[in-house]
Design a binder for this molecule. Structure first.
Ligand SMILES: [Zn+2]
Ligand SMILES: [Zn+2]
Length: 241
């Protein structure tokens, strides 16, 4: 489990024929108050738990799982992970938290065709993604996560309740699937997505200074070029209307 800074560890997703999101472990390990950002795809929970243990972190130190959003490649193994750490709280933006609590899985699967495929391929039953959410985020909160301070930014467009968390002094951004390395952005054709919102979200992120970009997939970037997110937004602007 590579260390990005003293307070952020990285568990790379294990993509196979379906993508598996990265998980970031946030907080100073000595705080015994750690947070996981996202979970990953169906069946991808146990290696993540093992990675945490191999790094010498006690599972009891993990107090919560915060979802950047609730697509299947991020929430698929949430139940597996919660089985191992049943005390952990679940924090989700309220727009997707309400769906999870109602057992409305449209945001999890994104489209009906994908729901059918995954349910038959992975034996997922309807209602597999009904969860109680301990804290519903709005955006604008300041979170103290194990001795590190993060701002919650609501960045809809890829999904309605997408959030990023931002460490202002270290200039670290965990944006979920909103923006990636190599001028890529999240798709905007799934349930709850909205191209014009995605543009606004990218513009909002373009205003903050980011040095370390820790997206939900693909490579992470340290030493992000100045103006990178704004440049990405501009490149995609004509598609995002
Ligand atoms: Zn996504
Ligand atoms: Zn994803």
């Amino acid at each position: 489990m590579p260390k990005i800074t003293e307070e952020v560890y990285y568990i790379p997703g294990q993509d196979e024929f379906m993508p598996d999101s990265h998980v970031y472990v946030v907080g100073n390990p000595s705080s015994q108050n750690l947070s996981l950002m996202d979970a990953g795809f169906v069946g991808k929970g146990s290696y993540k738990i093992q990675s945490i243990q191999k790094a010498g972190i006690e599972l009891s130190a993990i107090k919560r799982i915060i979802m950047t959003h609730t697509h299947l490649d991020h929430i698929g193994c949430l139940a597996e992970i919660l089985n191992q750490i049943p005390w952990a709280e679940l924090w989700v933006h309220h727009l997707e938290a309400d769906l999870l609590e109602q057992g409305d899985e449209r945001s999890v699967y994104g489209m009906d065709m994908f729901r059918g495929l995954c349910q038959s391929q992975f034996g997922l039953k309807p209602g597999a993604f009904k969860f109680q959410v301990n804290r519903k985020l709005q955006g604008g909160e300041t979170l103290d996560l194990g001795g590190t301070v993060w701002e919650v930014i609501h960045i809809p467009g890829h999904s309605m309740g997408s959030i990023g968390i931002y460490h202002r002094s270290m200039k670290i951004l965990i944006p979920g699937d909103v923006v990636y390395a190599d001028y890529a952005i999240g798709r905007f054709d799934l349930y709850g997505a909205e191209a014009s919102q995605l543009k606004e979200s990218l513009m909002r992120l373009g205003k903050i200074e980011v040095d370390i970009l820790l997206p939900g997939h693909n490579r992470i970037v340290k030493g992000l070029p100045k103006g990178y997110i704004l440049k990405t937004a501009r490149q995609w602007e004509s598609y995002l209307t």
